[in-house]
Design a protein. Structure first.
Length: 321
């Protein structure tokens, strides 16, 4: 049983890096703790269940912070996950939202689309809005049953609201395309890059253990055994996603592709303010902060001006919807 217990520890650490969509790392971040008590009476009360080191959780935090929405954070132990034992959905992020009645939202992109819809349109209750994103069971090529969420990149707006948020159809199409790109491609470049060498893998797990909710022994085990395991797992991920021998090249190419899509005439893809695609890409990329892969990306790509603008605008929370 000792062997299976050790495997569970490594698996738990891996889950802390991105849940079902892969094995990812997030680096140290300065994270403000939000208290539900800060919320005005009768407003939207939010509790985010997360692994601090999860890129999907980072996406949700970027969205909530940008919109100036206070929220309480519950850090989940990635091995025991007792904090989310109330839920049959066993991944993070989970957002509990109370806009009159309690509601559980799953999947980072569903959370973002549903809350954004609610902020723009008060015609429907949050519960009704969430019903527009049904979960559908599908089977992967490996025969594994997974939940997929329909419509998750859509905002459920009426014609008038749509015109206000998306003055031309192309704006909406572009935002959805790049939100999907962040989930389907960009996140898959994180793990092979942050675990590229044994040295980088150890540095990455040092951050994970420091920032995550681990016990002392769990942390030591996860750091050394997990780093070694993830070094080899990253090689399998590299092969699965058909990455180049030097995975940095794929990261650089993807990041520059994003910068090119934003273009030279816009501060953000959303124009003068970030849209949901900007927030998604930023949320994914910032999980590498403090690591060699992040520093290399800043030096060898054109991302830095956009990235710094994103940092600045998110620190100025509370923009008008």
């Amino acid at each position: 049983r000792g062997g299976s217990g050790g495997g569970r520890l490594v698996l738990g650490a891996a889950f802390a890096l991105g849940g079902s969509a892969g094995l990812y790392l997030a680096a140290r971040q300065r994270l403000r703790e939000h208290s539900a008590a800060e919320l005005p009476t009768g407003s939207l009360q939010l509790t985010l269940y997360q692994y601090k080191t999860c890129p999907f959780c980072s996406k949700v935090r970027a969205f909530l912070d940008y919109h100036g929405l206070p929220y309480e954070i519950v850090e989940v132990n990635p091995i025991m996950r007792k904090e989310i034992k109330f839920s049959s959905y066993r991944k993070v992020p989970i957002l509990l939202a109370n806009a009159g009645s309690p509601l559980q939202l799953n999947d980072s992109s569903v959370i973002i689309s549903a809350i954004k819809t609610y902020l723009i349109s008060r015609r429907n209750s949050l519960e009704e809005i969430v019903s527009f994103y049904p979960a559908v069971k599908t089977v992967t090529e490996q025969g594994k049953e997974v939940l997929e969420y329909e419509n998750k990149y859509w905002l459920m707006l009426d014609e008038k609201e749509t015109k206000r948020v998306y003055p031309v159809k192309e704006v909406r199409v572009e935002e959805m395309k790049w939100r999907k790109w962040a989930d389907d491609w960009l996140v898959h470049l994180i793990s092979p890059n942050v675990y590229r060498t044994p040295k980088e893998a150890l540095a990455s797990f040092d951050y994970i253990v420091r920032e995550g909710k681990f016990g002392t022994l769990e942390g030591l085990f996860a750091k050394y055994v997990g780093a070694l395991a993830m070094f080899f797992v990253s090689k399998r991920l590299k092969k699965r996603h058909q990455l180049r021998d030097d995975v940095r090249e794929d990261l650089y190419e993807a990041v520059n592709e994003w910068v090119k899509a934003v273009g030279k005439n816009r501060l953000f893809m959303g124009g003068n303010q970030p849209n949901l695609a900007d927030l998604a890409v930023y949320g994914v990329l910032r999980v590498m902060e403090g690591l060699e892969a992040f520093d290399d990306m800043m030096v060898h790509t054109n991302i830095q001006p956009w990235y710094q603008r994103m940092e600045e605008v998110i620190q100025k929370t509370g923009v008008a919807i």
